[in-house]
Each structure stands twice: as structure tokens, then as C-alpha cells.
Write a protein that binds this ligand. Sequence first.
Ligand code: APR
Length: 256
Amino acid sequence: MDDLERLAADIGRADTVVAFTGAGISAPSGVPTFRGDNGVWEHFDEGQFTYGRFQRDPEGFWADRLELQRVMFDGEFEPNVAHEALAAMGRKEHLEAILTQNTDGLHADAADSVSSDSSETTLLELHGNARRVHCPDCGRRTDCDPVFERAADGELPPTCDCGGVYKPDVVLFGEQLPGAVIQRARALARESDVFLAIGSSLVVEPAASLPRLAASPETTVGIVNLEPTPVDSTADVVCQEDVTAVLPRLRDLLAE
Ligand code: APR
């Protein structure tokens, strides 16, 4: 029995399976990762996208955010076979929850494409969703495209009808993750019988601590990532392979 067969057997027996995903699962769809060769943080500085800067210098923040959006989400992205494999595992009730750091919305697209029924799997977008903007003054959330178009046409910063400055509906550096969301994520990690960390360098919080919270003698922790991570030593199974090879195989093993 190889590692993936062992993982599939553990998933088949588990009550609660939780997947935690990062930029690596969307890389095969063409979305850049943050770290590593040609990662987003080679071209930008995290300091450009802090909550403090959004408040202090909304015009400069939005000018830089337009550039970031062009680099990260230039063109139409579609879910890849790894997103689809996770969505299919959810349809078969093998997956309780997907916790994602990604703001690209591709897990929700994959769930929609796998079946017209809504998936049973809980999706927690820990860092928000970059396809929306949010008005902190009146609470309105709306599609980002028209707002980015207005910003590109020179409305810097773009504002809501109420006069508030729109903020990308993502968690900025220096901003707290919503308390209810992070508590739910921690509870799911603790409850899990199998916890899979997929396509994340696992170096920022909460990514670094969730697999450690999950780890216990009764829980199987699996890591799927091209490169080693600081959490590998606590994991039961480490697959240093492409997500597009591992996840479809896992789905197929579960279907056998
Ligand atoms: N298959 C498997 N792993 C992959 C693949 C692939 N096809 N492509 C890339 N990876 C791996 C890389 O080896 C890397 O370790 O995905 C990982 C992505 O790591 P990061 O770029 O650090 O992304 P992530 O862990 O999601 O970053 C966390 O940091 O700056 C922030 O807010 C940003 O949400 C982000 C957070």
C-alpha cells in the first residue's frame, strides 16, 4: 500500500475530513503563487496592501491594488482538476469542509461545475474573496469588476453610493480575520479525523497552526505540496507532488 492508498483508506473510514488549501492549488489554473519563483511578493511589497495604508492613503492603496489585481487575476480563470477532485469528494460526502486562503473563488466554481445541486461541503474563504468589494461604511458587498473599471478610469479611490471608500473584500495585512471564521476553522481542524493541507507553504497564520491543531494520535495529517513545508515533520503523509496528479488519484481511489 503506498502513501496515497493509505490516505484514501483513512478518508474512507473517517467521520470528518477537512481540506485546507493555498495558492498552489490554483497555480495550475494560471493564478500566481505568493512565494517562490515569480511569486507575487517578488513584484510587490506586503506594506503596499496593509489596512493602515488603506485608511491613510486610499488613493495610493487603490492604485497599487489595481496593479496587483492585473498581475493576479489577469484573464479568465477556471478551476483545474485538483479543485474538481475536491469538489467531487464533497459530493460523495468524503469532505466536511474546505478551508481556503485563496481569494480567487475557484473552489465555489468547482462545486458549481461538479453538480447542479449545491455541495454538502462547507467552504470557508479565510482571506475573503477578491471578486467582491465591500463598503466598510454601509456594509454593501458588490461585484468587483465595475468598481475596478471605475478605478482604472481614474476614480481613485472608488466610492460607494453612500460615500464610503470601497475596500477589496479580502483580509488585508494588519487586519484581523473575522473571529467567527477563524474559530470555525480551528474547531474543524480539531474535530478532523483526516486533515489535508494542499498547495500552501504553511508559513503564515493561520496556515502554520491549523495542521498542528489537527495533529493528534487519532488524526491523519496529510500534506500535498511541491516543496517541503515547516509542518512536514508533524504530518503522517507528505506528498511532494503536483496537486493535479495527487487529488484526482485520491478521488479515484475513494471511488473504488
Ligand atoms: N502542486 C502542488 N504544490 C504547488 C503547486 C502545484 N501545482 N504549485 C505551487 N505549489 C506550492 C509551492 O511549492 C508553494 O509552497 O504551493 C505553495 C504556495 O505557497 P504560497 O505562495 O506561500 O501561498 P500560500 O501558502 O497560499 O500563502 C498564504 O500568504 O501572503 C499571503 O495572503 C497571502 O493567502 C496568502 C498567504
